[in-house]
Design a protein. Sequence first.
Length: 314
Amino acid sequence: MRLPDFEAWAVFAKVVETGSFGRAAADLGLSKGTVSKAVGRLETRIGARLFNRTSRKLALTEAGQAAKASAARILAEGEAAEALATAGAAEPRGLVRLAAPMTFGVMHVAPLLPAFLGEHPAVSVDLHLSDAVVDLVGGGFDIGLRIAALPDSSLRARRLCAIRRSLVATPAYLDREGRPAHPDDLARHACLGYAYLPTPDRWRFVDGAGTEAVIVPGGQLRANNAEALAPALRAGLGLALQPDFMIWDDLEAGRLERVLPGWSPPPIALHLVTPPGDPRPARVTALIGYLVQRLAQAPWADPHGRAEPRLLKN
């Protein structure tokens, strides 16, 4: 089954509306010959004339009279659809579903959204927070923020910045229990564990020479959310591997101290990921641009992962 010749029916409706092939051609930005050929295609297709033409007059035939109302609706609906699509492209509107890690989302994504929503009153955001890896495609998400070393996948990923992770503790804890000089020294320390590390039962460190050390952390507390470790960490109950975006202020204020500064855990980064496919709706493009710009301005968001907090003097 062939589709109706919608373009030709729209041209026919414009001819009826203007009463002239020439005026219809001018309104549509087409040549008079193109308009005439479009009407001719319809007449051939339906097997009947739509107009009686004379040198001075253009009159609808019975077939033309029967078709003019439907053709006018085709033209009007087409113009309305195009206007709506154009307006949608120019002004972002609709729902964006965004997935982010729990603590990072609460601390650094949620505070950015009020300004974005104020700038785009026709856009709404459904923010989903979880430390578990979310299936963007299966979950119907438009954007995901992930802090990890990303595996290969069909998702489109944009690296925003390195995320430095550090082994930290309070100065009081370190004064009491001693400052480790090598990862092996952690065997006699209380280690607060994060369950969503790639290897939560093994902590890996590498020094500047590329030497690797692997230790088995032991302590009284383990959680599947890094923020849940913060009270015990700040109370001086042990050491923890924490990302800079969580502890930057504590490091600046001297409430926490980096341990084993010559050793680093495997590198990770903040990525913005989206499902495959183009084009993106304007609302998604707008939120991506906003998040990229704002997150890149964060003090811990060093592109090379070398940013150091400034220690505040008392």
